[in-house]
Design a protein around this ligand. Structure first.
Ligand SMILES: *Cc1c(COP(=O)(O)O)cnc(C)c1O
Length: 367
């Protein structure tokens, strides 16, 4: 006898990237920042006393919201703090979409979206990206034709790393009739010289919700803290109605506020990641792997189909994934259409990246 709702019974849960227990594994599979959180975060952590935990935390995380509002030059009413970006995605779905109404995502993209849609019993409409991972000129029409109430765009895109220009996002936001979530989980790694800034869209459009997380750029994946940026019309119902009463805890509020108020050190880690991204991409290219142009902290590398020892690039990709794993290096392999001949490789420290390149070279160019 099952007590589950029928849609829960028939759905499959999210499958996370592997989180090994051994400390000596080189982890290039879940896009964590390879550098530690900043000294401001460490100081804030050391200042927490056990008696601080006796009382409930600030329900709305107002200290954090004010800090984020200052950073983005908005009001605290435009900010919602959440228990990781994943909670914001769940809140957007439960607040803006009735069960049975559709949710649109680009294909491929973050594999958590269909899981959270299934929980709300919402059909997912997948809109294929072009071969170059761009959304294509009629993307907004495709969204509207799908009847979706809510659409997710990841920018920079995962798993390709491709950055879509704000002008394109603006066109989509203007034409799409539903709520548009722009998932900026990796935005901190975008080259600042590009001048990318989508936050201004929330002032222009009341249907744009931007997701930011402390997990990637701020090296706080273990903390579980993220935030949404949007018009008051979008933020208020999530803040005052659908959110859990104390969705972020005292420790995470204190640490996330410290991280956001002192960003210079984190910015150094973003710069190092960008420099390594360039070096790793070049070295991969020399080994015959081609990467989509990435503005993120990972590369989607396509294996060559010219290696005579392997029947196909798919078989070679799987082989490289497994051999790297056996040699203590984890990367991400997606057994999905258009991704089976590729590996998604997180940018690590210079030393970790060199190890990865050395191992790949030994498989692909045996001497
Ligand atoms: C990591 C990630 C998130 C949010 O992760 P949290 O750790 O829950 O904040 C959201 N979207 C994408 C595409 C991600 O990769």
């Amino acid at each position: 006898m099952s007590y589950e709702r029928s849609n829960i019974q028939s759905m499959t849960g999210y499958s996370s990237g592997e989180q090994p227990r051994q400390a000596d594994v080189i982890k290039l599979n879940t896009n964590e920042n390879p550098y530690p959180a900043t000294s401001a975060v460490e100081k804030a952590l050391k200042a927490i006393r056990v008696e601080d935990l006796r009382r409930y935390p600030q329900p709305y995380a107002n200290g954090f919201r004010e800090e984020a509002a200052r950073y983005h030059q908005l009001n605290a009413e435009n900010i919602l703090a959440t228990n990781g970006g994943d909670e914001l995605i769940r809140l957007a779905i439960t607040t803006f979409v009735d069960p049975g109404q559709s949710i649109a995502i680009s294909e491929p993209s973050y594999s958590l979206y269909p899981v959270l849609a299934a929980i709300q019993n919402c059909p997912i409409v997948k809109i294929d990206l072009q071969d170059d991972w761009q959304m294509g000129p009629s993307y907004a029409d495709a969204l509207n034709d799908s009847g979706a109430k809510l659409a997710f765009i990841v920018n920079p895109h995962a798993p390709s790393g491709l950055l879509t220009a704000v002008s394109t996002l603006r066109q989509i936001a203007e034409r799409f009739k539903g709520v548009l979530v722009i998932d900026e989980a990796y935005v901190d790694f975008v080259d600042p010289e590009l001048g990318y800034d989508a936050v201004s869209l929330v002032k222009e459009f009341d249907n744009v919700l931007i997701l930011r997380t402390m997990s990637k750029g701020y090296s706080l994946a273990g903390l579980r803290f993220a935030y949404g940026i949007g018009s008051e019309e979008l933020i208020a119902p999530m803040l005052y109605k659908t959110r859990d009463s104390y969705n972020t805890d005292f420790i995470s509020q204190a640490l996330a506020t410290a991280a956001l108020s002192d960003r210079a050190e984190a910015a150094q880690s973003w710069r190092k990641v960008r420099e390594e991204r360039v070096r790793v991409e070049q070295a991969l290219q020399e080994l015959g792997l081609s990467c989509a142009p990435s503005q993120s902290n990972f590369l989607l590398a396509q294996l060559p189909s010219t290696d005579k020892r392997y029947e196909s690039a798919e078989i070679l990709a799987r082989e490289c994934y497994q051999r790297l794993k056996d040699d203590g290096i984890l990367v991400r392999y997606f057994d999905m259409p258009r991704l089976r001949d590729k590996l998604r490789i997180t940018i690590g420290t210079a030393q970790e990246n060199s190890r990865l390149l050395q191992q790949l070279a030994s498989y692909l160019r045996p001497s």
